[in-house]
Design a protein around this ligand. Sequence first.
Ligand SMILES: [Zn+2]
Length: 525
Amino acid sequence: MQTADWILWNARIYTQDPEQPIAGAIAIIGERIGAVGHAGDMRPWQGPRTRTLDLGGATVLPGLVDAHLHLEGYARRRMGVDVDTPTLEEALERVARRAAYTPPGTWIIGRGWLQERWGRFPSADDLDPVAPAHPVALWARSGHALWVNREAMRQAGITSETPDPPGGRIARDPRGEPIGLFFERAMDLIVRAIPEPSTEELAEALYEALHELAALGLTAVHNFDGPRAFAALQVLRERGDLPLRVVQHLPLTMLDHALALGLRTGFGDDWLRIGAVKIFADGALGPRTAWMLAPYEGEPENLGMAFTPPEAMREAARRATAAGLWLAIHAIGDRANREALDLYAELRELEARLGIPPEARRHRIEHAQLVHPDDIPRFGRLGVVASMQPIHAVSDRPMAERYWGKRCATAYAWRSLKERGASLAFGSDAPVEPPNPFWGLHAAVVRDGWHPEHALSLAEALEAYTVGPAWAAGLERWQGRLRPGMWADLIVLPEDPFRIPAEGLRELTVLGTMVGGRWVYQRLV
Ligand SMILES: [Zn+2]
């Protein structure tokens, strides 16, 4: 019989395996779990090369999976200027400081501002005095608006003549001069002027960022950034340097290429594989571009916007599913969610005609932040995964109450969605929000007291960080539970999260993160 590489014992192991929910020891063989049980059960697995580790009563959970983040954005944000500051002045100070040690003419990029916090939108007039010689581009926290200075607009060739592109808007003064704010697709006009890092440079940045995520307790992520990140991730995979498993989603702009290549969801290996095709149905709450059934509070004209016209979404979705590609539709407003569900209802009919069962296409809706009460049961009925980010409920609360008013009764409604049969997959949307999964668990369970009827139990929230994302990616046979034959992806915690007050969840830090039988982060041995 094969013997184990690792035996971890004297632990409280929450396996998420209904046949054996709690265990005391686990044996790891290569990249997989060999056995789960009591310390005594491990004896046959002990060999001359087995390393045993007494966990001293620590807690072991299946590795956590972030089902929605942006790896390139996150890695680059770590290098950029953080303008998530209480005041506009502080943000400007940070830009000035960065400008002081950056060669003139070099782009300064950053992210994190929120006009709600500053009381108004910033503009180029604010930035020009602090960085006159550098092009500066700063993303809003939501990633749906870009604030730039005049040097950036000059380098990007933006003038009063530049028209608003489809799906985007350039903010202008009364004379028609751009003031340094670009919304949605208009951001592309600036972004294409910013020099891109090389694949190797990005791979280095991702390497650092992925290790940071591993130290937070994540063992896998679903990446929603595009081909540049994918190429860099492949470099890391080739070198055997990927600390986490990555499901790489594809932007809609790549659909034709994916179809031409015959690429299908699930292609890849245990470390890096193709996920769904992502379609944007709408924008975001912050800039009030989320697509609404009824106008925003106090803005009777504003229904937000359809990011991809419904007919274009349908057409793309039909082609994708017929070719074996799953869908992930970004939908924040209640209208966008309804459109996405309508689309999925039609898709399910098409798939039925093609003989494709629903579980062979794990379509999902990203964010699902505001869902009309009538639409809540449709997620479960249609077998659509609700890919949600609990931390959004906490940080969006003031905006949501202001712009959605009473409609917040079914905002961030993960409990109702789950009770009505939806499969939940939780994530962070980093760099929009911090990627710490324990902040997400805390938000899912506590919600800072906001609409507590939507709170989950810790066990349910953990499921949405483990079993849920595994299901969403079609990886349930290998990921999400600690059971013989499954991937040896686990985390070790100094405290039992089920035995501490929920408030303490936010403070939890891991002692070790094992992915595929290898410690990618640990302060244990
Ligand atoms: Zn996102």
